[in-house]
Design a protein around this ligand. Structure first.
Ligand SMILES: Cc1cc2nc3c(=O)[nH]c(=O)nc-3n(C[C@H](O)[C@H](O)[C@H](O)COP(=O)(O)OP(=O)(O)OC[C@H]3O[C@@H](n4cnc5c(N)ncnc54)[C@H](O)[C@@H]3O)c2cc1C
Length: 428
């Protein structure tokens, strides 16, 4: 890189998700030039993706254009591109820019915040038939699949086909699977209740499968049992301790049994995006870069990995792949870079502060666990609702989401029940 006295230090952040945006904000008063590179033009509030998939909310309500950050932060630029390589020797990232080909962008500091993607545990062939929920396209495709299943069930004259269309299988009973199953149950039993002449939506089967012995395995057994009961009250069949053997266009084989289903959704595991592996860092089994306690990659200068892409151990336990961890790590790294640039000493060790784990199980019920504190029920659901609204990226999102929720709560209706004319169906 040229020695140029007027040149400002360049900080490249790959990924404009929770971690990347927090890192960029923490650098707003620094004299560095900050560049966020993302292959999407928007930041997504992922905790509410399941509500887009079940027609409660529409995509724009839980997303914000990354360009808006540029308007608010003078030292920040955004580039819509996919990072495809990193050269630590040249201290540059290689990005594929639409219509421009590849471009090499030099950095003084690099923050990799590329998040995760669904993991099919070595069975990538399932992906074609069992979409995961990771971005807005996934959420819209799942919504189209769910709504189309009812249209097909209503139209068919075959009883077997009707039953297949009205059987939904969710693989993975972690928070996403639980929240999606409960919201789907509400859609079917409340919103769609009187919408069809030839079928009774109440006869729909929702099956939540997991190889683990209980739902929400990261929560306590008491919470897990309470959530199982709640799901059963909502009409969800919870089947745990069962491994999925096969998924195809006609259904699922799990624990040796065949379940005919037109809609299989994958809410099981995640693995890191491939970018951390390009850094030469050691990775764990999920592809996350093993970083030190200051979130740096060993044997590099100024290269950090944060959020779902990083494997960080604290008190001998891995820090979970959740939004609050990514945000705290992003802030820490942003401040560390800012301090280094100002010649000040930075905090050397990142400490994760767990604000608690929450799962919303349909309307009027949520569970929250923080250390030994456990709460559940209506009040917890209200708290969860307020936390979600306040955590949304901007005022416009907060107002729109609140309005939709109030409308949906009091009328039982969901306003986003649209099947695009050219819906990206995975299978019928
Ligand atoms: C359905 C769902 C529900 C969730 N619910 C909760 C919840 O209730 N509470 C909670 O705390 N957490 C929840 N999480 C987890 C939480 O969203 C993640 O832990 C968090 O988003 C991780 O932040 P991140 O910055 O590491 O990655 P992300 O927020 O995923 O951001 C990664 C960004 O990197 C970009 N990117 C990836 N690869 C490239 C590339 N090669 N080039 C350019 N850009 C790239 C992506 O486009 C994306 O914008 C949920 C996740 C999902 C999927």
């Amino acid at each position: 890189m040229r020695a140029d006295a007027t040149r400002k230090p360049q900080v490249i952040i790959v990924g404009g998700g929770f971690g990347g945006v927090a890192a960029a904000r923490a650098l707003r008063h620094s004299h560095a030039e900050v560049l966020i590179i993302d292959r999407r033009n928007h930041h997504i509030f992922q905790p509410l993706l399941y509500q887009v998939a079940t027609a409660v909310l529409s995509p724009a309500e839980i997303a914000v254009p990354l360009r808006q950050l540029e308007a608010r932060q003078p030292n920040l630029s955004v580039l819509l591109a996919e990072v495809i390589g990193v050269s630590l020797a040249e201290r540059a990232v290689e990005a594929a820019v639409p219509n421009e080909g590849t471009r090499k962008l030099p950095f003084d500091y690099l923050v990799v915040a590329t998040g995760s993607r669904p993991s099919y545990f070595g069975h990538d062939e399932f992906a074609r038939f069992a979409p995961g929920l990771k971005d807005l396209s996934d959420a819209e495709a799942i919504r189209a699949k769910i709504l189309s299943a009812f249209e097909r069930a209503d139209a068919t004259e075959s009883q077997n086909e009707r039953e297949r269309q009205m059987t939904f299988v969710l693989v993975g009973a972690g928070p996403t699977g639980v929240e999606l199953a409960a919201s789907l149950a509400h859609l079917i039993r409340v919103t769609l209740r009187k919408n069809f002449r030839n079928i009774d939506p109440a006869k729909t089967r929702i099956i939540l499968l997991d190889a683990a012995s209980r739902v929400l395995p990261t929560f306590s057994t008491q919470v897990s049992s309470a959530v199982t009961r709640r799901l059963q009250e909502l009409g969800v069949q919870v089947t745990t301790g069962v491994k999925v053997d096969a998924v195809d266009q006609n259904g699922v084989t799990a624990g040796g049994s065949r379940i005919p289903s037109a809609t299989v959704l994958w809410t099981a595991g995640v693995m890191a995006s491939p970018i951390p592996s390009l850094l030469g860092a050691k990775t764990d089994r999920a592809g996350r870069a093993l970083v030190d306690s200051s979130l740096r990659v060993a044997d590099t200068r100024g290269v950090f990995v944060i959020g779902d892409a990083a494997s960080v151990v604290q008190n001998e336990h891995p820090i979970p792949g959740v939004a609050q961890a990514a945000i705290q790590e992003g802030r820490f790294v942003g401040r560390a870079i800012g301090s280094e640039l100002d010649g000040r000493a930075a905090h050397s060790h990142f400490r994760y502060f767990n604000l608690g784990n929450m799962a919303v199980v349909g309307t009027n019920y949520a569970v929250l666990e923080r250390g030994r504190l456990q709460t559940s029920g209506f009040l917890t659901w209200i708290i969860g609702t307020v936390i979600h609204v306040l955590s949304l990226p901007q005022l416009q999102n907060r107002l729109r989401v609140q309005t939709q929720w109030l409308w949906s709560y009091f009328t039982g209706q969901r306003s986003s029940r649209l099947i695009p004319e050219r819906a990206p169906f995975v299978v019928s």
